[in-house]
Write a protein that binds this ligand. Structure first.
Ligand code: GAL
Length: 743
């Protein structure tokens, strides 16, 4: 089955309804694998049937049906009182949610709904696993047995893995009018560019319903209503109503929209968390934003760009550059090479119409590269296999134009999907038609001081089914060198098939082998190639990644843009990994999931709420993780740019001490993570991973952090000094208070 499956499960809805009619909740069913039309009936001997939950796939409950049927049967008493309480009394709804992949649902032996198609159907099999099923039966139908036992039987067909009913519990209810109305909230700007929330009230009913539609902008911390608009409306299935309300997008607010239906007095409510920008605008004068250190091996080409924000144009100069290097005065790109190992310190100046700034900068020419975690972009989370050379160029241009390069983002990495179907006759790797010239692309990126990355697999095939490097490792390393590659992501994938056949596949050595092989050939090239291992954390890769000279190693499976994925990867899988990160060698919990992503040509806004995005970037900077942007930079909005370009936040990630954060406190839904910084201070993330907003008194955790008294406290996102005595903070659900403290 589809990769995104688990991700959708946890999708955070922006719409929440209240005042639902009462419902009967069904959590468990009787289950039988196989298929028998008789199982739709009322009288079935279920003594040999097993118990199953409908809140998780059958696969996760030990059922192995890869291409076949299984039946769920429920016994449900439908109380007549539900009908009496409903103001509508029109239907009884059976709300099943998604079913993987296709179903037919029967009530007391009669078909009441079908979604998707079975292989035997006239048009053939079609999966509709993510479609939410809501099967309706007329309330006056003789099919419904009020206050008595009813049998709901669901025939499920699944292709691939996993399968079954997974979104339980099932709800049976008699809807009220209000349940047929819904509110959807989005954000945007009006004709004059003023930021607005748009609340739209919709109905699925023919008959017009009227009531009061009210939209409030609320401060979640104080509960105060900051502004409000309300009006009388009348809507039906053909007529929606939208209310636009402006809000300040530099402050944390909630948009709360409520419709109260006049006749029933019942209401429905939706809540929305709009994006809010915390990073203060950068000053117009030049400001250096990147770590003052860079590692290169003797003789290897230097590709580096000084990250300096401020008004453009800007001029760069350096009086005492090490021999062999030149600085492009217009874009701050450093190039050339240094022959002799050693530490070279010099002063760089940046000047614009508003002023001048200088920075002492050190190049460490020796065996280590990646002295701070890599920052840049990778094509996978946005374009998936539809990546093209033009798309890489357009994101690279936007990286410069939108100012991300001024904050140190420099790697432009092509993920899977660039390879041709077959190698050239001489065995060298060929590119497909989407990449007219890797060499030209590399040259252009380098002329801008950016770096060039690529992807391959030690196996026969990549995860996307493209050619891997097996038996051609040296040739591929040589091709990468000739194209000017600076970063290789080497993804296990197809190698798994070979590995399974190896007699020693239980050993760590068998996991190390393909990575060691490629390392040898990469190091033979006359350039530095950041070596990024991608094998999802198998065989505790963090324990041996450094030994194969990897610069980073993925610690997890693939990330996606949901809280469930972020929480699992960030908060469940990383806590014990801090001892393994150090300059030159980093844990990689996968790429960023902010901005417009989609793993295909269809991009969407990240499904993370704004607070989840602040949590994501805060945690990744604490973890000294690779900071690879996963969205289309050309379409990046102001919020995302500000999220990724906070110099004080990024300075934690790029701190030259290179110590990854440790989790010091788990107190219910509150977690405190901290890492020491090179200036003697600490970065501290206080996270609220719970479902409700929280007020946290940081003092409570001083003993666990070893704090006796605070010398200074700075809010990193807002870049403001805070009180050292009042350290009580409001932290929204899934949000963070990110501090730099000295004690
Ligand atoms: C996965 C990998 C992803 C992406 C993809 C390409 O194995 O974890 O990050 O590279 O393959 O097919």
């Amino acid at each position: 089955m589809k990769k995104q499956f688990l991700l959708l499960l946890a999708m955070a809805g922006m719409v929440s309804l209240s005042s639902w009619a009462q419902d009967v909740v069904l959590e468990n069913a009787k289950f039988h694998a196989g298929d028998d039309a008789a199982w739709a009936g009322v009288n079935v001997d279920e003594s040999s049937w097993s118990n199953i939950k409908n809140s998780a796939t059958w696969t996760s409950q030990g059922v192995k049906i890869e291409n076949g049927f299984g039946w769920y049967r429920y016994h449900v008493t439908i109380p007549k009182s539900m009908l009496d309480k409903s103001d509508l009394k029109e239907t009884v709804d059976f709300v099943l949610g998604g079913v993987d992949d296709a179903d037919e649902t029967y009530l007391n032996g009669k078909l009441i709904g079908k979604t998707g198609r079975f292989p035997s159907d006239e048009k053939g099999y079609a999966s509709q696993w993510s479609t939410k099923r809501n099967y309706r039966v007329k309330a006056n139908s003789s099919l419904i047995k009020w206050d008595a036992d009813n049998v709901l039987a669901v025939r499920v067909y699944n292709a691939g893995d996993p399968g079954g009913m997974f979104e339980g519990p099932i709800r049976v209810r008699v809807p009220n009018t209000i349940d047929n109305l819904s509110i959807n909230i989005s954000e945007g700007t009006d004709g004059k560019g003023v930021v607005q929330s748009f609340s739209t009230l919709k109905s699925t009913m023919q008959a017009s319903k009227s009531g009061v539609f009210a939209v409030k902008v609320v401060d979640p911390e104080t509960g105060e209503t900051l502004s409000e608009k309300s009006m009388k409306v009348s809507i039906n299935e053909k007529k929606d109503k939208t209310i636009a309300v402006p809000y300040d997008n530099h402050r944390m607010v909630r948009i709360v929209s409520t419709f109260t239906e006049t006749k029933s007095g019942l209401s429905c409510t939706a809540q929305y968390i709009p994006k809010y920008i915390l990073t203060p605008a950068a000053p117009a004068e030049p400001r250096f934003n990147t770590a003052p250190i860079y590692g290169v091996r003797p003789g290897s080409p230097v590709h580096f760009r000084f990250g300096v924000s401020g008004e453009k144009p800007m001029k760069f100069s350096a009086a005492d550059l090490p021999a062999g290097l030149t600085l492009n005065p217009d874009n701050g790109a450093l190039s050339g090479s240094i022959e002799k190992a050693g530490s070279y310190t010099f002063t760089v100046k940046a000047r614009n119409a508003k002023g001048e700034q200088s920075q002492r900068f050190t190049i460490r020419c020796g065996s280590k590269i990646a002295l701070t975690p890599p920052m840049g972009w990778n094509s996978w989370n946005c374009w998936g296999l539809s990546v093209t050379q033009d798309k890489v160029i357009s994101s690279a241009k936007a990286l410069i134009d939108k100012g991300l390069a001024d904050y140190g983002y420099c790697y432009m990495n092509i993920d899977d999907g660039w390879e041709a179907k077959e190698r050239n006759a001489d065995g060298t790797i060929a590119v497909n038609e989407k990449f007219p010239s890797m060499k030209d692309l590399g040259d252009w990126l380098h002329s801008e001081g950016l770096k060039f990355g690529i992807y391959s697999s030690p196996g026969d095939l990549t995860c996307g089914g493209y050619l891997g490097s097996i038996d051609h490792e040296l040739q591929d390393a040589e091709s990468y060198n000739s194209w000017g590659i600076d970063y290789l992501k080497y993804d296990w994938c197809g190698y798994g098939r070979k590995h399974r056949t190896e007699p020693d596949n239980q050993t760590v050595a068998s996991y190390v082998r393909p990575y060691l092989l490629m390392e040898r050939y990469l190091r033979q090239q006359p350039r530095d190639i950041f070596y990024s291992l991608c094998q999802y954390g198998m065989a505790d890769v963090w324990k041996w990644g450094e030994a194969v000279d990897a610069n980073s190693w993925r610690t997890t499976g693939d990330i996606t843009d949901t809280w469930a994925s972020l929480y699992h990867i960030g908060f469940e899988l990383q806590p014990e990994l801090y001892p393994y990160a150090k300059p030159g060698h980093w844990n990689d919990p996968d790429m960023l999931i902010v901005g417009k992503v989609g793993w295909s040509n269809n991009l969407r806004d990240s499904r993370l709420t704004p607070d989840e995005q602040y949590t994501h970037i805060s945690l990744w900077t604490l973890l000294a993780s690779n900071m690879l942007i996963g969205c289309d930079i050309a379409q990046m909005d102001e919020f995302t740019v500000a999220l990724l370009c906070n110099n004080e936040v990024n300075a934690v990630n790029q701190d030259i001490l290179g110590k990854q954060a440790k989790r010091d406190v788990v107190d219910g839904s509150i977690q405190v993570w901290s890492r020491p910084l090179s200036d003697g201070s600490y970065a501290v993330g206080i996270f609220n991973v719970g479902k409700t907003d929280a007020r946290v008194d940081f003092k409570k955790y001083f003993p666990q952090l070893g704090i006796k008294s605070l010398k200074s406290v700075r809010d990193l996102w807002r870049q403001q000094d805070l009180s050292t005595s009042d350290v009580s903070y409001f932290i929204p659900t899934h949000g963070v208070k990110y501090l730099k403290i000295a004690y």
